[in-house]
Design a protein around this ligand. Structure first.
Ligand code: UDX
Ligand code: UDX
Length: 467
């Protein structure tokens, strides 16, 4: 069957669906792209005239939205209608870790993927290409195919035909637009030649053909989980060495440079930090662990579980170091927190190590003064499960929100750098020092500050991965 793609529908207007479809629309002006979501507020934000109010912050995104929105890119809540119009449907809904039932705490919850498949079975026309973009366990395409071709849905009555492909997204938040515009590779898994060609044609408008990799469905699904597991493993590896550097007097950046110059190792993803966060790494490794156990591969499961355990240990050890350095107690002490997102250049806080570290410090009795250039007070309240001091009539709570980094230093005993925002590399430490209570500490978990300047200003410093 030959396809002529004129109309794309993407279910899920999140961190993956929104930017991915924006770049597809930008490069395929003759194709109408509808991005749909159940969440009305999210869609309203995508449609806001003020482009600074888009629901996600990504460098370069608002420029594309300005060019394409309401021309060939539309953000809508009319899911059924958009499915009915589409020749190609991307599933970009969330696949969180299950919180109850079989596989709770490890397996991915496919409730939204299944719901999307059922909606497609019911409302799509015939000969539609359905594409899994959400990260999902291996063999999910089988579930989707089964639902689409199930005899108790209207699909069979109307003799609809569906072609299921896997096309995982490898974008990294904060550089999503650049990653989408210049991908290392596009991975397409499937068994129907014509539908694969139709998807390839969309990417070929801006991606060189040699970067498009074809595999079978299961290899494609498993490659996404494996890619994230390998990346996370590198971060855990360098984080394990950071602790050894602190104990021995070695410098983790020097070690990373020395080993990264070996072309077999390469220099990327060797930056130590407070532990990896983000929506994918933990969830995907948990899922991998679950799959390995399911297939009776306990040793393999344990191997990957250790990557997660090391990550948790790295985050927790930072809280302990802070308490120890501040004379073993931080009760009633003010501590400035610089950065709350899980990495720079995003407002996303999912699985951010800042959440765990802030919770630990609050538990120890500290009063936190938090600043992040892009994360809102409401998001921090939701993550910490605590109202901000000014928003709480009882005033018993333990953290304040600040609009600039210097305010966090006022009467603080310590400043903790938790996210590598560019502005934290250019801090006026003389000014900071003059505002803080003595002795004053700065803890840098991202190795981004100018340590010499901080020390010259009278601050005591602790830098991760350095004796
Ligand atoms: C999601 C998955 O979490 C991840 O596993 C995958 O790799 C890519 O897609 P992300 O885009 O970051 O990642 O998720 P999120 O920002 O939560 O967006 C998902 C959107 O789907 C939400 O806006 C949600 O409202 C929407 N959704 C969910 C639907 O529109 N319909 C549904 O049935 C379920
Ligand atoms: C990741 C994958 O990179 C991407 O391909 C996939 O599609 C989704 O998951 P993302 O989570 O957005 O992307 O960000 P990434 O840059 O991978 O960082 C993940 C976490 O690892 C962050 O907390 C980051 O600070 C940390 N990290 C990354 C390090 O601590 N050191 C590094 O060298 C790299």
């Amino acid at each position: 069957m030959n396809f002529s793609i004129k109309n794309i529908c993407c279910i899920g207007a999140g961190y993956v669906g929104g930017p991915s479809m924006s770049v597809i629309a930008l490069n395929n002006p003759s194709i109408k792209v509808n991005v749909v979501d159940l969440n009305i507020k999210r869609i309203d934000e995508w449609n806001d005239n003020n482009l600074d109010k888009l629901p996600i912050y990504e460098p370069g995104l608002k420029e594309i939205i300005k060019l394409c929105r309401n021309k060939n890119l539309f953000f809508k809540t009319s899911v059924e209608e958009s499915i009915a119009e589409a020749d190609m449907i991307f599933i970009c809904v969330n696949t969180p870790t299950k919180i109850k039932g079989i596989g709770a705490g490890q397996a991915s919850d496919l409730i939204w993927v299944e719901a999307s498949a059922r909606q497609i079975a019911k409302h799509a026309r015939s000969n539609v290409i359905v594409i899994e973009k959400s990260t999902i366990p291996v063999k999910t395409a089988l579930t989707i195919k089964t639902i689409l071709n199930c005899s108790d849905t209207e699909s069979n009555l109307n003799e609809k035909r569906f072609y299921v492909l896997s096309n995982p997204e490898f974008l990294s938040e904060g550089t999503a637009i650049n990653d989408l515009k210049n991908p290392d590779r596009i991975l397409i898994g499937g068994d129907d030649e014509k539908s694969i060609e139709a998807l390839e044609d969309i990417y070929k408008t801006w991606v060189p053909k040699k970067k498009i990799i074809r595999t079978n469905l299961w290899s494609s699904e498993l490659s996404k989980l494996t890619a994230n597991a390998f990346l996370a493993q590198r971060v855990s590896s360098i984080n394990s060495i950071s602790a050894l550097c602190e104990s021995t007097g070695a410098n983790v950046d020097e070690v990373a440079k020395a080993i990264g110059s070996d072309s077999r190792i390469n220099p990327k993803f060797l930056k130590t930090g407070p532990g990896f966060g983000g929506s994918c790494f933990k969830k995907d490794i948990l899922n991998l662990v679950y799959l390995c156990n399911f297939y009776g591969l306990q040793e393999v499961a344990l191997y990957w579980q250790n990557v997660l355990d090391l990550n948790y240990w790295q985050t927790k050890r930072i809280s302990k170091i802070i308490v120890n350095k501040l004379f073993g107690t931080i009760t009633e002490k003010k501590i400035g927190i610089l950065g709350f997102s899980f990495k720079a250049d995003t407002n996303d806080t999912r699985e951010s190590p800042s959440i765990t570290i802030c919770q630990d410090l609050i538990e120890e009795g500290a009063i936190l003064k938090i600043y992040d250039p892009k994360v809102s007070i409401y998001q921090i309240e939701s993550d910490l499960k605590l109202k901000e001091k000014g928003n709480n009539s009882s005033k018993t709570n333990s953290w304040e929100f600040h609009q600039n980094l210097y305010d966090t230093a006022h009467e603080s005993d310590a400043i903790i750098v938790l996210t590598e925002w560019e502005e934290f590399s250019n801090i006026d430490w003389v000014r900071i020092s003059s505002l803080m209570r003595k002795p004053s500490w700065v803890f840098d978990t991202r190795r981004i500050i100018d340590r010499d300047k901080a020390m010259e200003s009278g601050l005591k410093t602790w830098i991760i991965g350095q004796g």
